[in-house]
Design a protein around this ligand. Structure first.
Ligand code: UT7
Length: 345
């Protein structure tokens, strides 16, 4: 039987009288498909230029999954890498939560398909949908099961095959997105922390800014819906841009305040990788140096729910984040949704 953590004093939940266990991220892993699509490749598809894409977004290239490679394949590979790093077998996983807007199919869940692919025969599995904010939403949900002692090992995955819902004739969107997956293994580790806090938010009144109208119960697939392009992602870029900056900035302040932390104490900020100009604006408002902010969108574009998960794995892999460092994750996406998490790595 696990005992209560001794070192609970910085846990904001403990300050509010919560007596559950802390939740550590014991490992992370990621996977991106092999195929690279450069800005020059897109110049051959739509009326765009490397100069426009680079200067307006910071994106230089993105990964695109093969025709026979699905979101569950990307997620399973990221999950296997995370599990292998800490020597945890698939059988030990008790819960799989997958954040995605591009499930293999509407049902069953992509989490169930990943369960089978990684041999997690003892795990419960479900998907959550909070668009690009999904990874922090899933981390927060996963954490609840660790803190409440329901499960010992939870696998959280952000995985997307966005290339499957992109209109490759629409220059407003096709240059922005890419495919990939990231995963985190959650456990209770006595004397260590992990997630100090995670805050989540949503504003459904702005659902029209970024969505995919077709395929759901409101607009099932018909010849007409397909011909009208309703099964592609659509976005009002400018409005989404403004909302992203405001929401991530506010979420960051809320998360830091909850932990009684100053931004100067944060070693690394990992924002959702949607647009370099959004990242820079948020960083400026928060008062962080550019070298405190992790950026990899030049290589992957916007991978939605996988975005901060892949970035976290790369930042750890590159030694930018060391055990004990404080890390701030920031996300924003359709819904609208947003979130921030403070991690003691
Ligand atoms: O992850 C979910 C959250 N998503 C985001 O946070 C994305 C938020 N939005 C953005 O990142 C930016 O709004 C975009 C990158 C999508 C667009 O940048 P923008 O500076 O807001 O450009 P715009 O939409 O105002 O378009 C400016 C011009 C337009 O031409 P006109 O009307 O001025 O003649 C567009 O048609 O740029 C044109 N344009 C392009 N030109 C070349 C739009 N896309 C392209 C393109 N190549 N790919």
């Amino acid at each position: 039987m696990n005992t209560l953590p001794e070192k609970d004093f910085t846990n904001p939940r403990a300050q509010h009288g919560f007596v559950g266990r802390t939740c550590s991220i014991v490992s992370v892993g990621s996977y991106v498909p092999e195929k690279i699509v450069t800005n020059a490749d897109l110049e051959r598809l739509v009326d765009t230029s490397d100069e426009w894409i680079t200067s307006r977004t910071g994106i230089r290239e993105r990964r695109v999954a093969a025709a026979d490679e699905f979101t569950s394949d990307l997620g399973a590979k990221a999950a296997s890498r995370a599990l292998e790093k800490v020597g945890i077998s698939g059988e030990q996983v008790q819960l799989i939560i997958v954040a995605t807007i591009t499930p293999d199919m509407t049902f069953p869940s992509t989490a169930a398909l990943i369960q089978q692919k990684i041999g997690a025969v003892n795990a419960a599995a479900f998907d959550i949908e909070a668009a690009c904010s999904g990874f922090i939403y899933a981390l927060e949900i996963g954490q609840q099961f660790i803190m409440s002692r329901t499960y010992e090992t939870v696998l959280v995955i952000g995985a997307e095959k966005l290339s499957s819902i992109i209109n490759w004739k629409d220059r407003n969107t096709c240059v922005l997105f890419g495919d990939g997956a990231g995963a985190a293994v959650l456990q209770y580790r006595p004397g260590s922390h992990g997630l100090l806090t995670a805050c989540m938010g949503a504003d459904g009144s702005k659902a029209d800014l970024l969505n995919m109208p077709g395929g759901g119960s409101r607009c099932p697939a018909t010849v007409d819906s397909v011909n009208a392009g309703l099964h592609f992602l659509r976005m009002e870029g400018k409005e989404t841009f403004k909302n992203a900056i405001n929401a991530m900035n506010a979420a960051a302040h809320e998360a830091l305040a909850r932990c009684n932390l100053d931004i100067a104490q944060i070693k690394c900020v990992i924002p959702h990788q949607a647009n370099r100009r959004i990242i820079d604006a948020v960083g400026e408002r928060l008062g962080v140096r550019q070298d405190q902010v992790f950026v990899n969108l030049d290589r992957y574009g916007n991978t939605s729910a996988a975005s901060v998960a892949i970035a976290l794995d790369e930042a750890v892999d590159q030694g930018i984040i060391q055990r004990g460092d404080l890390v701030l994750l920031l996300v924003f996406g359709a819904g609208l949704t947003w979130g921030a998490a403070v991690i003691e790595w």
